[in-house]
Design a protein around this ligand. Structure first.
Ligand code: SF4
Length: 790
């Protein structure tokens, strides 16, 4: 085994997750540093071949090569020439691949017989799914079939699934766990700029003089990007750093200014910052007049958010609000980044839009160092959104625009009426509600683990366990969710199949197959194609609806679908991606070399013929009609949308006096399906913990390491306490930890899934659940050397 940072000596990437620094100055390229980890071979000389790929354990999408020896994966090596990581890999990327070799991979399909899951063959498993699909179609129609997919499949798989759902079955009920992750990013981009699509790119870190991280613990969620920011901070002319986060994360500790706000109050703070920018004239009036609409309404809305009012709502000193506004207001190259602290909280889209507004009123977009990164959490979340495997239509098309529907109908050669477009595609929280009510009778879950990741888990367990609901789970492991399935399909994962995926800054990577999947496991694309063939989906001429048979064929079909749209892929080929590494979309006739940052021409996608939807009222979620949008035609200008702060619906009370918020560990991704099976990562963070402030700990008689019980009105968990600098009144737990053995409890019998506590409530615009805000109480169960009750 060897961990080689490549420069700076042998590194322990668990103890030092970001590795040795390489300071650099503004406008100078980020120096390369190649990180390698091999296991099971003595050294690189024993590697048979290196296979072109990129990491799929977060949205950063770091370029890497997979080491193969004896037909098995034996390690990874960062690609020095990749634009995203310049050779670096974080702990998840270095160690997470070991899950591929885990002993408990699923190798044969399973079907439920007499209440038990038993092994079977593919024909039996697929026939059961097809039989149930036909039964649903014959009795209740296509609206009785739902799909809940992922942010971890490949573009080719999502696009194939989208065509099956929208043109084969004709169901509007398809969404991804991206609803719990990037739905707000997508919606905030649509509301402001007309369509989804990340305005900035990672090279803007190289140019910015000020970085504003709002609810974005980049050190944990995109480890290698944090290395890049740290390297800028250690170099000449470092960027100033302003951070909004209730927790003292590594990012907050590095910041020039850390605003430790109360969970659920982002919108009030951002309104306060906008208030100060306008008050002090730190706005670019010429840019606003030429390239935006809505400034007067914005100015009117934020007028009452003076620093004292904001301080009262957010629990931060008024002076900090003023200082943050001064830093942002005097920046010359401002890069703003946003993630789950905004997306999974109250008024998520409204708050995310205010970050867009901050950059727009300062005229800081579309040029080096200036822009917004409405980040993604999951590695392939962007592709779910592009291809329409979530609650969108493929190619950022608008469900309410007949011309867009006709384009898809012509492309797929189907009657437009087949494509569900009488209402917005169904969002995940509603899909689960339909399953609960019984109107969805078949729910097909692929590459995600909702029995740990959705809010209010007792409810999700009860839906999955319903006799009336036929549950299909497609996964590499017998997850907590798979244990409820009627049919389990064993899938190949990253490294065992070929496909492309797109990271948070629009960089498209090709990941080649390195090894064979175990046993009878099959790639997700093969599974979807097999289903389409068995269902006999046909186009208008009686030809197979899906004409492709392999990943490259699916990619070529997707290129045709994306042609002419903002996410154009038509200039990309597998060969080009293999030769050149990551390339940013749009890459098409107009952008043959890809696109470093969007909107350099300051023309936004807000024309009524182009936009992805017509927008919403940010406060209520009410849809703006096509007629209303056309009447106020923004015609290529960005839309400054405003909203008043609303307090969380569930506030602390006498019974539940603290606010509970969830988040992530640097060492784990999602529900640990992969990272929990990598020894180094599991050992680095083996169990859930609870963070609380010294004041709250003292008040409840809790010491460091004590076992505590956290209860909301929906459930409870038990975990060891960490006393930290978290905002007083706030309790934190990471959401990764499920149970592998029994309903609700971890291996030692303690309930430990943070989502036992969270609330079934969501943002009115993006429909993203409120994982960051609910009321709890905390009690001490046992001391550090006591085991406590089960
Ligand atoms: S930063 Fe993300 S993509 Fe890069 S190595 Fe780490 S987990 Fe993988």
């Amino acid at each position: 085994m060897q961990a080689q940072p490549g420069r700076g000596g042998a590194g322990d990437r668990i103890a030092d997750p970001w590795g040795p620094g390489a300071p650099y100055g503004a406008g100078v390229g980020w120096p390369a540093r190649v990180d390698t980890f091999l296991d099971g071979v003595a050294g690189p000389e024993e590697v048979d071949r290196w296979v072109h790929s990129a990491c799929v354990l977060c949205s950063n999408g770091c370029g890497l090569d997979i080491a193969v020896a004896g037909g098995r994966m034996v390690g990874v090596r960062g690609r020095a020439d990749d634009r995203v990581n310049h050779g670096r890999l974080g702990p998840k990327g270095l160690f997470g691949w070991q899950a591929n070799n885990a002993d408990d991979r699923l190798t044969r399909p399973l079907v439920r017989e007499g209440g038990e899951l038993v092994e079977t063959d593919w024909d039996t498993a697929m026939d059961r799914i097809v039989q149930r699909s036909r039964q649903q179609l014959d009795t209740l129609g296509p609206g009785s079939i739902g799909f809940y997919t992922s942010g971890q499949l490949f573009l080719e798989e999502y696009y194939t699934l989208a065509v099956i759902g929208k043109a084969g079955l004709g169901t509007p009920h398809m969404d991804g766990n991206t609803r719990l992750c990037t739905a707000t990013a997508a919606q905030a981009l649509k509301e402001t700029f007309g369509t989804d699509g990340q305005p900035a790119g990672y090279t803007d870190v190289d140019h910015a003089d000020t970085i504003f991280c709002c609810g974005h613990n980049v050190a944990a969620t995109q480890t290698v990007l944090w290395t890049r920011i740290q390297d800028r901070r250690r170099g000449p002319n470092p960027p100033r750093l302003v951070v909004v986060d209730p927790r003292p994360t590594p990012v907050a500790q590095e910041a020039d200014l850390h605003l430790a706000i109360r969970p659920g109050t982002n919108l009030a703070l951002l309104n306060g910052l906008l208030h100060e920018l306008i008050e002090y004239g730190w706005v670019d009036r010429a840019f606003i007049d030429a390239h935006t609409v809505g400034f007067d309404e914005l100015a009117e809305t934020v007028r009452s958010y003076d620093p004292e009012r904001v301080a009262g709502i957010c629990g931060v000193p008024a002076g900090q609000v003023r200082e943050a506004a001064r830093i942002l207001g005097t920046a010359e190259r401002l890069l703003s980044t946003v993630l789950q602290g905004v997306y999974q909280s109250m008024s998520a889209t409204a708050a995310a839009c205010q970050v867009n507004n901050l950059n727009l009123v300062r005229g800081m977009i579309g040029r080096p160092g200036c822009g917004v990164l409405q980040m993604n959490g999951q590695p392939t979340a962007q592709n779910t959104r592009e291809t329409g495997a979530d609650g969108d239509l493929p190619g950022f098309r608008n469900w309410d625009n007949e011309a867009h529907i006709r384009e898809l109908a012509e492309l797929w050669n189907v009657d437009p009426i087949v494509i569900p477009h009488w209402a917005p595609p169904t969002h995940a929280m509603q899909i689960w509600r339909y399953a609960e009510q019984g109107s969805i009778g078949l729910l097909w879950i692929s590459a995600t683990n909702p029995a740990v990741s959705l809010p209010e888990l007792h409810r999700i367990r009860s839906i999955l366990a319903s006799e009336e609901l036929f549950v299909v789970v497609q996964d590499a492991f017998l997850t907590e969710t798979a244990r409820y399935a009627d049919v389990v399909l064993p899938s190949a994962i990253w490294g065992e199949k070929t496909g492309t995926f797109t990271n948070a800054d629009r960089t498209v990577h090709l990941s080649d197959q390195a090894v064979d999947p175990p046993g009878d496991a099959r790639g997700d694309l093969d599974i979807f194609l097999d289903y389409a063939r068995r269902m006999g989906f046909r186009d208008r001429d009686g030809q197979p609806l899906i004409a492709w048979h392999d990943p490259e064929g699916a990619f070529e079909a997707w290129k045709a679908c994306s042609r002419g749209r903002p996410c154009g892929y038509s200039g990309l080929t597998y060969r080009r991606l293999r030769d050149a590494g990551g390339i940013q979309w749009p890459c098409d006739d107009r952008h043959p070399d890809g696109t470093e940052r969007l909107y350099a021409d300051l023309v936004f996608n807000t024309d009524p013929e182009d936009c992805e939807n017509y927008g919403h009222d940010l406060l209520t979620g009410a849809v703006t009609t096509q007629a209303e949008y056309r009447a106020a035609n923004p015609a290529g200008r960005a839309i400054l949308k405003a909203a008043d702060y609303q307090p969380p619906h569930e506030l602390p009370s006498e019974d539940y006096p603290l606010l509970f918020t969830t988040g992530r560990s640097l060492y784990h991704f999602h529900t640990r399906t992969k990272t929990g099976r990598a020894r180094q990562l599991d050992q680095a963070a083996p169990d859930v913990w609870v963070e609380l402030s010294a004041a709250d700990a003292g008040r409840h008689g809790i010491g460091e390491g004590d076992l505590v019980r956290v209860e909301s009105s929906r459930g409870r968990i038990e975990a060891r306490a960490r006393v930290t600098g978290i905002a007083e009144g706030t309790v934190f737990a990471p959401f990764h930890y499920g149970w592998f053995d029994s309903g609700g409890a971890g291996p030692d019998g303690r309930p430990r899934a943070a989502n036992e506590l969270t609330i079934t409530e969501w943002d009115p615009v993006s429909k993203q659940p409120h994982y960051k805000v609910c009321a709890v109480r905390v009690t001490r169960v046992a001391g550090t050397d006591e085991h406590g009750e089960a």
